[in-house]
Write a protein that binds this ligand. Structure first.
Ligand SMILES: O=C1O[C@H](COP(=O)(O)O)[C@@H](O)[C@H](O)[C@H]1O
Length: 260
């Protein structure tokens, strides 16, 4: 488990631009040292803001897009092309404008796909896809993602791991179906905490006043069942990327150290 490090930016635009620059560097470094890179995308406002900033960054051309695997931390279980699906929003923000290898874009199944409305079967299929991509050094279940990004919800949810719901208690499976989520749509697919913790680096994105309480709770020693963001960490690094509004309720002991 890596101890969270905090970076606080002035506002959400700056946060998105700085995170995009950081991501470009990580991908380029991983491709230089391992031949390819793997990144787990998040949905939500902050995740899409980062992708849009990446699309606008001239340095995006430093990335070899064909040698990048993209995965998702969670998906809203809706029909293919639905504007609320995380993959639809990611395509609009960035993916449609860069030369990715379609075989390396690992979208989660849609509710009108091969598993129909069975979110649990769709989750099991995604777990198999992850297992196929995992090498022996990955302990079998999930690849060692280079960077896994998570938007933090105002209720401290990350991916589709909501406080107190069964998915956040999962200790064996890497992907599960979620039923009765408090945020629409109620049916979702999500990576579990064990899959999230397989990543080298986990980045938690929180911008805006509505994230301030969630950040303060998750970073003040809350339990992961009540505050799922508190249970998200990477093997080598856990990085919270905040703007000053989201950092405004952090305990004083964390905030001064976090200021750039
Ligand atoms: O529904 C979701 O919400 C979270 C957080 O979204 P935000 O708009 O409050 O930043 C997101 O990270 C997750 O991927 C998504 O499915």
């Amino acid at each position: 488990m890596s101890t969270p490090q905090l970076v606080v930016h002035h506002d959400k635009e700056l946060m998105a631009q700085a995170a995009a620059a950081r991501l470009i560097t990580k991908i380029v470094d991983a491709q230089a040292s391992r031949g390819s890179a793997s990144v787990v995308l998040t949905g939500g406002r902050n995740g899409n803001g980062l992708l849009a900033a990446l699309a606008a960054a001239p340095a995006r051309d430093a990335v070899d897009w064909a040698r990048l695997d993209l995965w998702w931390g969670d998906e809203r279980f809706l029909p293919e092309g639905d504007p609320e699906r995380n993959v639809t929003q990611a395509r609009e923000a960035l993916l449609d404008s860069v030369p990715l290898d379609p075989k390396r874009v690992h979208a989660m199944p849609a509710s009108d796909g091969p598993y129909g409305a069975d979110a649990d079967a769709a989750a099991a299929a995604y777990a198999e896809e992850l297992a196929r991509a995992a090498g022996p050094e990955n302990h079998g279940a999930a690849p060692t993602f280079d960077v896994l990004m998570l938007g933090v919800g105002p209720d401290t949810h990350v991916a589709s791991l909501f406080p107190e719901l069964p998915a956040v208690r999962e200790t064996e499976r890497t992907v599960v179906g979620v039923h009765g989520a408090p945020k629409p749509p109620p049916t979702r697919i999500t990576l579990t905490l064990p899959a999230i913790r397989a990543a080298r680096e986990v980045w938690l994105l929180a911008a805006g006043e509505d994230k301030a309480q969630a950040a303060a709770i998750a970073l003040s020693g809350a339990g992961e069942i009540q505050a799922p963001a508190a249970g998200a960490y990477g093997r080598q690094r856990t990085l919270w990327l905040l703007d000053s509004a989201a950092a405004s309720q952090l305990p004083r002991s964390l905030y001064p150290a976090a200021s750039p």
